[in-house]
Design a protein around this ligand. Structure first.
Ligand SMILES: [Zn+2]
Length: 104
């Protein structure tokens, strides 16, 4: 796992979560919609606390203070998943494997 981490320049824990997410996604139809309340934007890189996908923030909701001094939001948070090169390669391999198993 360390070799893969070095090859793709990723921390080992990111390699581990990438493997879990990719296998679950390709083999068990796992999909995460990254619910807004599960998105961690205060820490970098921004990520989804449910699936540990790193995210690019496309749009942050606008905030304003209402007459009672409470923070209110207008609009919603828009994000885009950032797949690393390892995840792209792994998912391609998993899909290829799924095709060969079905052909047998
Ligand atoms: Zn997610």
């Amino acid at each position: 796992m360390l070799d893969i981490a070095r090859r793709f320049d990723l921390p080992v824990d990111v390699v581990a979560t990438t493997i879990i997410r990719s296998v679950l996604g390709e083999c068990y139809d796992f999909k995460c919609d990254h619910p807004e309340d599960k998105i961690e934007i205060k820490r970098t890189p921004p990520h989804c606390r449910w699936c540990w996908t790193f995210l690019e923030i496309l749009q942050k909701p606008k905030t304003f203070e209402d007459p009672m001094g409470r923070e209110q939001k207008i609009g919603s948070l828009k994000v885009k998943a950032k797949r690393n090169k390892f995840e792209e390669e792994l998912r391609r391999k998993l899909r290829r494997e799924a095709v060969t198993v079905e052909e047998r």
